[in-house]
Write a protein that binds this ligand. Structure first.
Ligand code: SAM
Length: 284
């Protein structure tokens, strides 16, 4: 099974919805949204306050995000799991509970599933997605279900709509101590500008996490974001297990499977990035 094909199935469904609403303008509307996203991402860490939030609520932005970024982001997570033994061995147990902080459409989960499928693991997964955007729900559920149908994998997932700055949305969650792996894929850069207001959220998660749990962050390389990640986990309860930076490329075998029609309309997807990866283990 090729994850790119599963993603394209979901994209086709979204595209049909967008066509119904925007008719002949659908492609133009989507192309504008690529520009919107890349402008926002450029400003995430250093921009003006007003230009840093990204609104993912409507199908057009969701299509643009999934098309451009999700195949690559899920693949990066897959490669990290495959190459870092401490992470891959998490999936030797079953069931395993994982949490996607700022999980969005579930790229992190797709990366986990890709690893399990390619490594022939029968691990049952419970995935808890935390994200501000409620409208991602249909998308990640659809992506996860399509994979499970094709692989007979058992995946249980649940989403919680949270805002890291609002304790009312997350402080009642009691499942943190059961979670073995927390992923933060392109999440910390997105909330960098509200890092002071999100301090309580990270205290809540890191204080309640079990000893032996892991926190994995992957993001675009940025010194400010990196310093912040190191600050969040500077607490003596955590040990830095891996710190890797450099260029990461998407697996070659996925390229050939991309939908040509979309390629002709919307151009290339992201297949390479300059990233910083951190892995922390809670030791006390
Ligand atoms: C760049 S996306 C990353 C999504 C996914 N992890 C991935 O790798 O594709 C950042 C995510 O952070 C979420 N987010 C932004 N601000 C947030 C906040 N204040 N609280 C919770 N989630 C937030 C967004 O809704 C979005 O889904």
């Amino acid at each position: 099974m090729v994850i790119a094909e599963i993603i394209d199935g979901v994209l086709q469904k979204l595209y049909n919805e967008i066509k119904t609403v925007h008719g002949e303008n659908a492609d133009d509307v989507i192309n504008e949204r690529f520009t919107y996203l890349s402008k926002r991402y450029k400003n995430l860490v250093s921009g003006e306050e007003s230009s840093i939030t990204v609104d993912y609520s409507d199908p057009v932005t969701q299509f643009a995000y999934v098309y451009r970024y999700v195949t690559a982001y899920s693949d990066y997570i897959y490669q990290i799991i495959k190459n870092i033994k401490k992470v891959s061995s998490i999936f030797d147990d079953s069931p395993v509970k994982i949490a996607l902080l700022g999980g969005g459409p579930g790229s992190d989960l797709l990366g986990v599933l890709k690893y399990l499928i390619r490594d022939n693991k029968n691990t049952n997964i419970f995935a808890q997605i935390f994200d501000k955007e409620k409208n991602w729900d249909n998308l990640w559920a659809d992506l996860g279900l399509r994979i499970c149908y094709q692989s007979e994998m058992k995946l249980f997932s649940s989403s919680r709509t949270i805002n890291v700055t609002d304790p009312n949305t997350w402080s009642g969650y009691t499942g943190v101590p059961e979670i073995k792996l927390f992923t933060m894929s392109y999440f910390l850069s997105e909330i960098y500008m509200i890092r002071d207001e999100s301090k309580e959220f990270f205290n809540f998660i890191t204080n309640n996490a079990m000893v032996g749990s892991y926190f994995l962050s992957i993001d675009f390389y940025n010194k400010r974001v990196n310093s912040w990640v190191e600050e969040v986990f500077s607490n003596s309860c955590f040990k830095q297990v891996a710190k890797i930076d450099g260029i990461v490329n998407m697996c070659d075998d996925e390229y050939a499977k991309f939908n040509r029609e979309f390629y002709n309309k919307f151009g290339a997807r992201k297949v390479q990035a300059n990233v910083q990866i951190y892995l922390y283990e809670k030791i006390i």
